[in-house]
Design a protein around this ligand. Sequence first.
Ligand code: AVJ
Length: 335
Amino acid sequence: MNAAASTAPVLQFDELQFDERVAAVVREGLTSRPKRLPAWLFYDQAGSRLFDEITKLDEYYLTRTERGIFLRASEEILERACSGRRLRIAELGAGSAEKTRLLLKAAVRRQGTVRYEPVDVSASALEGARRRIEREIPGVSVAPRVLDYTDGDDRKFHLGPMDEDESRLVLYIGSSIGNFEPHQAARLLRRVRAGLEVGDAMLLGVDLAKDKATLVAAYDDAAGVTAAFNKNILERLNRELDADFDADTFAHRAVWNKAASRMEMHLVSRTAQKANIAALDLIVDFAAGESIHTENSYKYQPGQIEALLAETGFRAEATWTDPKGWFAVCLGRAE
Ligand code: AVJ
């Protein structure tokens, strides 16, 4: 073992576990009918870079719309959230850094310093976030938590104790909750609530249902970045599981499922073909036109997120939206 490897035992362990998780969901998803893969598989290094590009596209209104809400309302959001105490700010996921920065800066203006607790399964993503944020925003101390908040079992979601005069604000922004079926979303919120004290707060950012053309364009942009993002999931299987997918033989498809109020992404096999996933010892058959369902992105109706908060142990206290009513940021109080 060389010196570099021996200094990074935690990361190696992290990656080993992750591979097993990838192998298990891929086997499960590609032997199911209809075929599916979970959306979290998008975010390897290449996929995270592509997602970052997506957030800058004209068609992808979500990121800039939510950012606009934070630009206008950060102070007010913190004022409502803190109920007169010092705030600690936790965040589910370590990825939404730019919008988070607006809130962290507002918190530093308010109270001088703030402790920021990003929660993620990836120790390396958290370490990157810690370094970036401590360098860029003086007054923020970052205390990362390696934890899988999407874990199916109902163990408490523990963020650790706080001082007497503090309260917690948990951020779950960027429409991340949109990837969950409504019942899974409720489960996740209940799990978060179980780790909070009465009076703590949760800030949710959700995308709202809107006209079909706007939605479809956001998930099928003219430059083809979202198509590349979708197809990267196959390239990831090639890299990590020694598979032989030819991503170009699959078409990117974005569909508005109005009945379920969700955008769906699919990869549709253009021809009848087989793919060999060597590491799984698995050969997958595709009929011409057969799809792999790779993502659901739920779009909420006004009032629906407030109802979800109410049924999971929170009181919906305030909702901020943009002038077009495309995106909503909602504050729930643990009760
Ligand atoms: C990161 C889950 C909010 O659903 O809009 C972007 C991911 N998928 N383009 C979304 C995504 C296709 C994104 N979320």
